[in-house]
Ligand binder design. Structure first.
Ligand code: ADP
Length: 160
């Protein structure tokens, strides 16, 4: 089965990587779908985020069934376009739940064929988010245990 793991990945963190690894163990193919959203103003361009994700896959060569795509517009349309019926989302604390539940229900209203499956975060990544990483990186703080090595390097380049 082919599944889609959508997100902003601005930048990708160890929390995202953990969900990618776990989904890739469960399903035949995982499409990491990088959202290019014109109304959000990301720190990294979609191309930069995609490049970081490719570098992460290179660093983790044991992950073989993952592909990285860019998408804009509605997630359900993207799923239909690539012929996938399952959306994977990671869940951290209760705070994620309401937002994720709303999105999942909205997607279900738009397409009854597409299901959202949630993977609970690893406890190590419970507090971890792209926003936290950005706040620390802006002030040249240490992000060693939060992001893969290639992302750390990219953050250094951006803020040096
Ligand atoms: P979005 O803008 O779609 O919320 P994110 O890049 O912030 O994009 O997150 C993409 C997905 O990854 C979401 O399902 C989010 O809950 C999940 N996620 C983010 N950080 C973590 C983490 N530390 N552990 C588990 N899942 C996470």
């Amino acid at each position: 089965m082919k599944v889609v793991y959508p997100g902003s990945f601005d930048p990708p963190t160890n929390g995202h990587l953990d969900i990618i690894k776990r989904a890739s163990n469960l399903f035949d193919e995982v499409i990491v779908a990088v959202l290019q959203n014109k109304s959000k103003s990301p720190m990294f361009t979609a191309e930069e985020r995609i490049e970081m994700l490719y570098n992460i896959l290179e660093e983790n060569s044991n992950i073989e069934n993952v592909k990285i795509y860019k998408f804009e517009g509605l997630l359900v349309d993207f799923c239909i376009q690539i012929n996938s019926k399952v959306v994977i989302r990671g869940l951290r604390a209760v705070t994620d739940f309401e937002y994720e539940f709303q999105i999942a229900l909205t997607n279900r209203i738009m397409s009854k064929d597409i299901e959202t499956l949630f993977i609970p975060t690893d406890t190590n990544n419970l507090w971890l988010s792209s926003s936290i990483v950005k706040e620390i990186a802006i002030f040249n703080g240490e992000v060693d245990n939060m992001v893969p090595a290639c992302v750390k390097q990219k953050l250094k380049q951006k803020f040096s």
